[in-house]
Write a new protein. Structure first.
Length: 450
């Protein structure tokens, strides 16, 4: 079909997608994207469970351990700065495949390292692919599902994130004693290669194709999703009076000139969420072993329970996001997590440690389910991947700084200060949402551009 034989508008594409039911192909696409979140969590959590073994082999200090734990997260930030512009220029599909493939090929390098510096470099390189696919997977799914279920579908991607921690715990308990930490890194590369194979069947999003004036390709993409010719024609009549999107390229200048308040909101929200989230996830096994003298097995067992509570928090978030809206879900979850952080930091009895750790993770994961959906909604199609990725990158930097700061505080006997910092950031995130945020529940993406 000739690219100029059919003309679509962005609103026509949106209205066509809104006529869809949840087709088998959308379910397949969801499953493939969810696997990416599972891999992100698995890889991040796996390092925290390998840290005691790495520390014992090389005799490393807490600060060096923190640097190792955060290396992939630093790489993730760089990857998000790189892959976001690629996705807006070359397409969501290109980034959807490229990020997971680069992660899979590079993550096994950690097994070949010989000291702490080489391990940091290897983890950094793997992180460049790892970080790219989380915001971009959300963008791809968001642009291809109906508005009425967009919040539920995008936030559903995150449900497997805590499951990645469980997978990391399970494989560590089963395999770490026999294959060592080097073998564990090799195993971590295999699922990424399989995910790349599965992603090859996913088409480019019709919304992005329209911004590139590739109208015939957009029609083909709509048909793969399950849209019929009749649905496209009906949507065209409904969208006839709507303003038409002009094909154009996105730029940082446009983001900062037209969407500055949303930049402050989205960048600040990821920073405030990721510092306490990743700080807790990466250090909790070591805190339980080092500060509270748990055995390694007991520490990992507690971590399994905590991760299950995180999964429950995300499931609750998925069920609420299209009912109460993004602003209420995110702000209430962050405030609750902030209060619980102060309570957790004052505990020493093992039962209460587990209880408040579970509650903290429950609300943190509930907030995460909302943020993953909310941030890409803040930007128009031609800027969405760039805006979402560049917002997520400061959050990744925040996540990378967290284990270093926590290691320094633990070394300086500043344990309770950790939880005070967590609370301040979480409350600040809630304030940003309440003051700068708009409600996006049930609205098509094209209505949110101004």
């Amino acid at each position: 079909m000739n690219e100029n034989s059919v003309m679509l508008t962005d609103f026509q594409v949106a209205k066509s997608i809104d006529r869809l039911s949840i087709t088998p192909f959308i379910k397949y696409m969801m499953a493939v994207a969810m696997a990416g979140f599972l891999l992100d969590s698995f890889d991040t959590a796996l390092v925290s469970y390998l840290m005691p073994s790495i520390r014992n082999q090389w005799g490393l200090s807490p600060v060096i351990l923190g640097l190792i734990a955060s290396s992939a997260v630093w790489g993730s930030a760089v990857g998000q700065y790189l892959w976001g512009p690629f996705a807006d220029k070359l397409g969501r599909r290109f980034a959807f495949q490229g990020t997971i493939l680069s992660f899979g090929l590079l993550t096994g390098l950690a097994a070949l390292t010989w000291n702490s510096l080489s391990l940091m470099v290897a983890r950094f390189l793997a992180g460049t692919g790892l970080g790219g696919f989380i915001p971009l997977d959300s963008v791809l799914i968001m642009e291809m599902v109906p508005s009425r279920v967009r919040g539920r579908m995008v936030s559903l991607l995150t449900v497997l994130f805590p499951a990645g921690q469980l997978l990391a715990v399970g494989t560590s308990l089963l395999l770490l004693p026999s294959i060592g930490w080097r073998g564990m890194f090799l195993i971590g590369a295999l699922p990424a290669i399989l995910a790349w194979v599965a992603r090859r069947a996913i088409p480019e999003t019709p919304r992005w194709l329209v911004t590139q004036s590739r109208h015939a390709a957009a029609v083909n993409s709509l048909k793969i999703l399950g849209v019929t010719e009749e649905m496209i024609q009906e949507a065209g009549q409904e969208a006839a009076t709507a303003p038409k999107e002009i094909a154009r390229k996105g730029s940082l200048v446009e983001i900062f000139s037209k969407y500055l308040s949303r930049v402050v909101l989205t960048w600040g929200l990821w920073i405030c969420l990721n510092f306490p989230y990743f700080g807790f996830v990466l250090w909790i096994p070591t805190i339980l072993v080092g500060t509270f003298k748990f055995s390694l097995v007991r520490s990992l067992t507690y971590t399994v329970v905590i991760a299950c509570c995180g999964t429950a928090g995300r499931i609750v978030g998925v069920s609420l996001i299209d009912k109460i809206g993004r602003k209420a879900l995110i702000s209430v979850s962050l405030i609750c997590a902030g209060v619980i952080s102060l309570i957790f930091g004052a505990q020493s009895e093992h039962g209460f440690l587990l209880l408040f750790a579970c509650l903290f993770v429950f609300f943190m994961d509930m907030a995460s389910a909302g943020v993953v959906t909310y941030v890409p909604e803040m930007y128009p199609t031609h800027l969405r991947a760039l805006g979402a990725s560049w917002a997520a990158a400061p959050g990744r930097i925040s996540a990378a700084v967290a284990p270093i700061v926590l290691g320094a505080l633990l070394g300086a006997e500043g344990y309770y200060m950790i939880w005070i910092i967590f609370t301040i950031l979480l409350v600040l995130g809630a304030i940003l949402v309440l003051t700068l945020g708009i409600e996006t529940k049930g609205r098509i993406l094209e209505e949110l551009q101004s």
